[in-house]
Design a protein around this ligand. Sequence first.
Ligand code: BGC
Length: 247
Amino acid sequence: MQILGIDIGGTGIKGAPVDTETGTLLAERYRLLTPDSGKPKAMAKVVAKVAEHFDWKGPLGAGFPAVVQNGIVRSAANIDASWIDTDGEGLLRDVTGGLPVRLVNDADAAGIAEMTFGAGKDHKGVVMMLTVGTGIGSALFIKGVLVPNTELGHLEMNGEDAEKQASDAARQRKELSWKKWAKSFDQYLQMIERLFTPDLIILGGGAVKNFDNFASLLTVRAKVVPAQLLNEAGIIGAAMAAADLVN
Ligand code: BGC
């Protein structure tokens, strides 16, 4: 099946047509900047531009950095608050001239791709995918089945939102060395381990390009591995999440 996958992020909106059976991109991905306002209409227009770039007429799946329940956006940590309770699927359908649209949480999308084609392939245990970028996204899989919208980046750690301390953006903002950041991230993983005892933790997002700089500093019992599809996982998984729109 050929589906346009789009990864909507706080800084960039990128997409490519995906072969959902093989998990491969069918064209080079196209990326535009996320509008500064982060508001629904402005962001949706950029999604439409990505679809236009590919002259896309088929179904579209998009990953979004928020809780998405049946197409409706329910949270807004790193996007404009006016997204809350917006019918994201409806909005994208309208701006793309009526294309069939599926909208899901971005970490859930990346997790779906990793579990099918990447680091979690064939894993039947408890798998936690964490995307470490502007925020921390989470996707929990039990026997390969996703529990959507877990939002574990917002667990409280040291009295504050964990992603404000342990995301890649926090590392950059606080100008932390990898060693210092790893200490904070390890504290976060310890908390995840206490709550869910995952067999496998897959790390994706910006921080993972530097996996070798911090992997040896992590002390959790779970096996921790880098994502294999890297910055394509969000696009591939978003397309896969829309597969049921195709008859
Ligand atoms: C959002 C999540 C998202 C994560 C990664 C968090 O701030 O609440 O929905 O998955 O960032 O983008």
